[in-house]
Design a protein around this ligand. Structure first.
Ligand code: NAI
Length: 275
């Protein structure tokens, strides 16, 4: 059995564009019924009309700000009324804003509100019902390599995605504690993906398409992978693996924070073969 089987119900946040839209399209392509959520009502309406023309009766929509618990509750009501119990929840909505570790409280609040509280609201609203239903199901949260290796320059975004990683790991553990539990949790980590978040115009050669990320997500969930880490056309898994292990080594080897970006450690990182 796969959660992506025809007739099953998916909820995707941030579905009016980018990766969320690609995930929604991929789920519809598998015959699923999908509830699209986005805070941008105009783009959501346009996308819902286009998708429904190819999959009549299988597309529902809710204007929803994931940062607002009442709005996410409304999304759940729409999804249940349209398609019945939710089998797949994809907490995808996210924003990126430049921020430093100090100041600009508005950027911090907006980023944590959408990227971290948005995921927490999704879990609080949907998971109890998914657990009580006893059906096979999956929760996919959108992480980021920035939440793992913490590159300098966007502190709030990195903190939000590190939080998503931590809570998704906790969720996986909780699901494992349920005797005969049929729910799984997954952290989807896109590489550089060409979407509204990363730019406009022609896709750079290094970037993956959102459709490639969606396909990899389905492949990863079906294979039972928890960490679904996508490469892109410039960064392969060997490179990611080396960067992740080097970052963990800052702690275990007593190096300075973010030594990968420290001039005194450039040579050592360059020579590091990886785990
Ligand atoms: P995008 O900007 O193309 O799409 C995000 C969608 O979320 C938009 O339709 C937007 O209106 C919606 N949204 C924003 N705030 C919302 C809110 N409060 N409530 C409901 N909807 C909201 O971005 P993209 O690239 O598709 O990002 C999707 C997810 O993937 C995000 O969580 C992002 O952090 C993550 N990601 C993206 C990467 C990339 O290279 N594009 C890399 C790593 C992670």
């Amino acid at each position: 059995m796969s959660v992506f089987e025809g007739g099953r119900s998916a909820v995707v946040t941030g579905a009016a564009g980018g990766i969320g839209l690609a995930v929604a399209r991929a789920c519809l392509g598998r015959g699923m019924r999908v509830t699209l959520a986005d805070r941008d009502g105009e783009r959501l309406e346009a996308v819902a009309v286009a998708l429904a023309s190819e999959a009549p009766d299988r597309v529902a929509q809710a204007v929803c700000d994931v940062a607002d618990p009442a709005s996410v509750e409304h999304l759940r009501e729409v999804a249940l009324a349209a398609h019945g119990p939710v089998d797949l929840l994809v907490n995808n909505a996210g924003i990126g804003r430049a921020s430093k570790p100090w100041g600009d409280r508005a950027a911090w609040e907006a980023t944590l509100g959408v990227n971290l509280w948005g995921v927490l609201n999704g879990l609080a609203v949907f998971v109890p019902g998914m657990m009580a239903g006893g059906r096979e199901g999956a929760v996919v949260n959108l992480g980021s390599k920035q939440g793992i290796t913490n590159p300098p320059g966007n502190a709030a975004y990195n903190v939000s995605k590190a939080g998503v990683k931590a809570v998704t790991e906790q969720l996986a553990w909780e699901f494992r504690q349920v005797p005969g539990g049929r729910l799984s949790a997954h952290l989807l980590v896109p590489g550089f993906t060409w979407t509204g978040m990363t730019g406009t115009g022609d896709r750079p050669e290094g970037a993956w398409t959102a459709d490639q990320v969606a396909a990899r997500m389905i492949e990863g969930v079906e294979a039972g992978a928890f960490y679904i880490i996508c490469p892109d056309n410039e960064v392969d898994w060997a490179t990611d693996r080396r960067r992740i292990a080097w970052g963990a080594g800052d702690l275990t080897e007593g190096r300075p924070a973010l030594s990968r970006w420290h001039p005194d450690w450039a040579e050592a990182f360059g020579a590091y073969p990886g785990p």
